[in-house]
Design a binder for this molecule. Structure first.
Ligand code: PCA
Length: 221
């Protein structure tokens, strides 16, 4: 099968924010752009670290590529290992300005929509496989209240409510600083290896025997 006939995996990272000059999330997904992974073709995109705009770029990429799997990736300085996010909450509350100078406080993302959505990645299986391959990883119960949570919420809201995306899996991975950014850290090679595992497990290619698939229902509003 020529590569263009393969189902697509969409990976996104963010541009540097908060005065940083690098963001490992974007560098790692770009390293996988064009790869064939677990029978899927990888498309990578950089999202701006900007409330609203980040979702516009992701939504356009969804419409262009119609992926079977979407994994958004962001940097979470101070965290150790790969954090596979379980949930996004319906709240923007920024402790620093985004890259457009916006700093929403205590603001719902989608007024009237559910309080939260769960990721539809097989969280426990992903973490088990990452650890089996020597990479530090855990399930995280908070993606924060900055742009990463905003993007995960809007992604999962779209996947849950728009019949166009029925059957598409989505989720979010936070990655640590690079060694030159601070400690704890993970080098770029480790992040890239980790994302490959996330895709392989989430597409069912490996490791599903290691843990249950999480259910995907949203919480009641
Ligand atoms: N991390 C931020 C936004 C962009 C990024 O890489 C976050 O955790 O919200």
């Amino acid at each position: 099968m020529p590569p263009s006939d393969l189902p697509t995996v969409l990976l996104t990272g963010f541009d540097p924010f908060g005065g940083a000059t690098r963001n490992p999330s974007s560098e790692a997904v770009q390293a996988l752009h064009g790869a064939t992974l677990a029978g899927h073709r990888v498309q990578a995109r950089e999202l701006p670290t900007v409330f609203g705009d980040a979702w516009q770029v992701l939504h356009a990429a969804l419409r262009q590529h119609r992926p079977a799997l979407v994994v958004c990736v962001g940097q979470a300085g101070g965290r150790q290992g790969l954090h596979i996010e379980r949930v996004a909450i319906n709240l923007d509350d920024a402790s620093i300005p985004d890259n457009a100078g916006q700093q929403p406080r205590d603001r719902p993302i989608e007024p009237g929509a559910p309080a939260a959505y769960f990721s539809s990645l097989p969280l426990q299986a992903v973490v088990a496989e990452l650890r089996a391959q020597g990479l530090p990883a855990e399930v995280s119960n908070s993606a924060g209240t900055f742009v990463c949570n905003h993007v995960l919420y809007r992604l999962m809201h779209a996947l849950a409510t728009d019949p166009e995306w029925r059957g598409t899996r989505g989720g979010f991975v936070h990655v640590p600083w690079l060694p030159e950014q601070g400690s704890p850290s993970l080098d770029l090679g480790g992040v890239v290896r980790g994302l490959r595992v996330v895709v392989e497990v989430s597409t069912g290619a490996i490791g599903m025997h290691r843990g249950p698939v999480e259910h995907t229902a949203s919480l009641p509003s």
